[in-house]
Design a protein. Structure first.
Length: 176
């Protein structure tokens, strides 16, 4: 799991020198690359690394090509590489405004809460999924939506929300 932290590490990471949001794609800062400006918007390679290809070739094998298309915290780009600058700026203007926060996968629960959440989700999720499909396909009239919500409440969805909110609040407190 610690490997996944690399995707969201900040520049001021205290755990490992040179380990930050660019490390997944570029390797360790100061060893394979360095920032080329004070704003930390551009970087340059440190030899023998000269490109993403040399970063991933069999001789160096610094990083893996993850194929991750989604938005990550990494927003710097190679100095003197206008195409990448255009891509980063496009992401910032076209993708960032539409990002929504989803429930983080790194939220942890107490053993007791985890057991209760699993119990509630085992009953709620199949019903929710089935009814969602029925509403979409028109097999269930939208007039029955209030009944759907009431059934979810009877199944314990409010308790589930409370348990998840409690864990999320703790996660958010520790993350900041």
């Amino acid at each position: 799991m610690r490997w996944f932290d690399i995707w969201y590490a900040k520049d001021d990471n205290e755990d490992i020198d040179g380990f930050n949001d660019n490390s997944l794609f570029l390797g360790l800062e100061g060893e394979y690359w360095q920032y080329a400006d004070d704003k930390k918007e551009t970087y340059s390679w440190i030899g023998p690394i000269t490109s993403f290809q040399t970063l991933r070739d069999n001789q160096n094998k610094v990083t893996e090509d993850t194929g991750l298309p989604q938005y990550l915290h990494c927003m710097s780009y190679p100095a003197e590489f206008p195409l990448m600058e255009i891509k980063v700026k496009a992401t910032q203007t076209r993708q960032e405004p539409y990002l929504t926060m989803t429930y983080p996968k790194t939220v942890r629960y107490s053993a007791e809460d985890s057991d209760r959440i699993a119990e509630l989700e085992a009953e709620i999720n199949p019903y929710k999924d089935e009814m969602t499909i029925k509403f979409i396909k028109g097999e269930e009239p939208i007039d029955n939506f209030d009944n759907f919500i009431e059934m979810l409440k009877n199944m314990g969805v409010e308790e589930l929300i409370e348990l998840k909110q409690k864990a999320y609040d703790k996660w958010n407190e520790l993350s900041n």
